[in-house]
Design a protein around this ligand. Structure first.
Ligand code: PMP
Ligand code: GLN
Length: 381
């Protein structure tokens, strides 16, 4: 077994989804939505598949999608992007992350990750020969730990991963945190891997903020998006990278040897989707907010301690009732088997697996799914 990929075993999302399927449990573990796919985007994919072409599209992505990414960035963030030189289409954000790490890192480079961190970062960084350096955020507010961050920087630090809105805790990095990061990035000559797959899933009138908007560091930011989240089609695996042409070039070189391209019909459909009127994007937010309220309210009524959240698909609950070993994975297994509801343990978002304070629920499900889940949890408690 490869020492890097073997170390973590099977992804927690796969593990919990399999356990839920085997036991008939309601799966609020893995982050994927239910019944939110915009029908017109699905129709656009079908039409594009019928019309073809069916052969390799350009390595950088089909022009219509690259243009649509640039236009969407202008519409929602007010930022100018040169679609021909600054946009790359990838097979999901997962590939974009791998392209960025393989393309930008040299062996021995250090990369700052904020924990709890999405699970693919550290693994791919290691496989690129570089070293993930975790910096932990702490509940209840998960604020940027400025001193600890500065202490973690060394002359070998090359990059910082900034995932905002942040999986699994739903944190939105605020203006002052981003300004602090921008100064460090300049001072220490770093690049930012900005994982912004949840950019459109920002609720309650909050705004998505990005380091890409800061002119001081704009040419140091690799901004990553995902159609999987924006159009509730996580199985499609269409992602995109926006970055200054010089920064994008080595990422594109990695991309050409990892997947080379992404299915052209799906690219065409996503291009269509990114051009949908504002009402689509606002409607998605409103629907997610309703679902969030339903799950968070239900969990609280069932006695769970759940923090407010205004982004992503996720709500985290503080865990009590752990067994003597304090094992949150065992707790999630027990919840699956006894209550028939599946969540994800937060320890899987820590390299050392030692923080076991929370479990993550996905609220992007149908109303009846959430209602049933909450009823089961209330009966179980
Ligand atoms: N980054 C984060 C923070 C995610 O939550 C996810 C998906 N859950 C990804 C990247 C991967 O996105 P994709 O499915 O487009 O590969
Ligand atoms: N990103 C999704 C989550 O956090 C799952 C992705 C995956 O299954 N690898 O749940």
């Amino acid at each position: 077994v490869n020492s890097v990929f073997g170390a973590g075993g099977t992804s927690i999302f796969e593990t919990m989804s399999r356990l839920a399927a085997e036991t008939g449990s309601i799966n609020l573990g893995q982050g994927f939505p239910e019944g939110l796919e915009p029908p017109e985007v699905v129709e656009a994919a079908i039409a594009a598949l019928r019309a073809g072409p069916h052969q390799y599209p350009p390595m950088m992505g089909v022009p219509a999608l690259r243009r649509a990414v640039a236009e969407n960035t202008k519409r929602f963030l007010g930022l100018d992007v040169d679609w021909e030189r600054e946009v790359l289409v990838t097979s999901g954000a997962t590939e974009a992350l791998a392209d960025a790490f393989f393309g930008l890192l040299e062996p021995g480079d250090e990369v700052i990750l904020f924990e709890p961190a999405y699970d693919s970062y550290a693994t791919i960084i290691r496989r690129a020969g570089a070293i993930p350096v975790p910096v932990r955020l702490a509940p209840p507010d998960w604020a940027l730990p400025r001193e600890r961050l500065v202490d973690a920087l060394t002359p070998k630090t090359r990059a910082i991963v900034v995932n905002t809105p942040m999986n699994p805790i739903g944190k939105i990095f605020d203006e002052s945190e981003l300004a602090f990061l921008a100064e460090l990035v300049l001072e220490r000559d770093l690049v930012v891997i900005a994982d912004e797959v949840y950019e459109h899933l920002v609720l309650d009138g909050r705004r998505h903020l990005t380091l890409f908007a800061d002119p001081r560091v704009r040419d140091r930011v690799v901004r990553i998006g995902s159609a999987g989240k924006t159009f509730s089609v996580t199985g499609w695996k269409v992602g995109y990278v926006t970055a200054d042409a010089k920064l994008l070039a080595p990422i594109a070189r990695a991309h050409q040897f990892i997947t080379f391209t992404t299915p052209p019909a799906l690219q065409a459909a996503v291009a269509f989707g990114l051009g949908l009127p504002d009402a689509y994007f606002l409607g998605l937010r409103a629907e997610l907010a309703r679902r969030r309220d339903l799950l968070v309210g239900g969990l609280r009524a069932a006695g769970f301690e759940v923090a407010d959240v205004a982004a992503t698909y996720f709500a985290v609950a503080a865990v009590d009732g752990l067994d003597d070993a304090g094992d949150d994975f065992a707790f999630c297994k027990r919840l699956t088997l006894e209550a028939g509801v599946t969540a994800v343990p937060i320890s899987s978002f820590y390299g050392a697996r030692d923080v076991r304070s929370h479990i993550r629920f996905c609220f992007a499900k149908r109303e009846d799914t959430l209602t049933q889940a909450v009823e089961r949890l209330a009966a179980w408690r």
